[in-house]
Design a protein around this ligand. Sequence first.
Ligand code: GUN
Length: 310
Amino acid sequence: MGIWLEGKPLADKIKEDIRQQAVYFQQATGKVPGLAAVLVGDNRASQVYVRSKEKACQALGLFSEVQVYPGDISQAFLEKKIDELNRRDEVDGILVQLPLPAHIDSYAIICSLSPDKDVDGLHPFSLGTILTNRVGFRPCTPLGVVEILKENRIPIEGRDVVVIGRSILVGKSLAAMLTNENGTVTVCHSKTKDLGRVCSRADILVAAMGKEVFVKPEFVKPGATVIDVGINSVSDPARVKAYFGEDERRQKDLQSKGYTLVGDVHPAAFERAGAMTPVPGGIGPLTIAMLMKNTLDAFKRRRGIKTPPS
Ligand code: GUN
């Protein structure tokens, strides 16, 4: 049995540092870092995500603006709105919440962002800076994964790392970032043969494919570090029992909210792991903290500020 790698205390520490820097910049320059979020349509999950990003900005004293548009807006209209945000001085970061409606070409929209304001790290220029190992914005969830490994002094260099999932938002970007850290990285996906055997070689195993408890305890090498990026909602009491036994907190979740959250890793994998991120409370809180950090970095880069005040 290992230790839990809690994300919340680290996220709180990162956010407190950002808050203090925002106070400093407000006093020194009259300006604070600013984030604009663009939300199109009425996807409930997207509304919740955007609201939590807005609340995080407000709590840290950052400028925040949310632009909400109906689901039937045109490509040209949305590109015009992005262009306006690209030109506004008080907006350091722009986030276009995904998914966009099906008639919108999401790739063209992401390409229309100014790379200096791409705090989500999804513009092809930002992604290119990962492969070339240059300064640039990194997607927030992979940044959170690297941050939690470093904070807990879990070495990456020379270790066997297995990443399950090959999305741009997480798996592919993270694999390149961990390669830059000198890990020996294998990327697995739905066509990988004998996934369990590949995973069982990993010193660091990252699950990021969005499939409830897909990673079974026997996939985990004893003592390995397990990073669970998945967030899945389970409301079926039989499945909750199968995953968590009689765990009181999970039963309470079921009674009060009608669901509990589970990752892509079976909770019993904790018995074999050396360290593992919990769900909820692991990588989730770090994603928003890293978005705030990217927004602060965008503010500094646009103004040529190299060193943070101490
Ligand atoms: N949809 C789900 N996750 C994300 C994210 O990290 N960024 C954006 N823009 N949209 C998302």
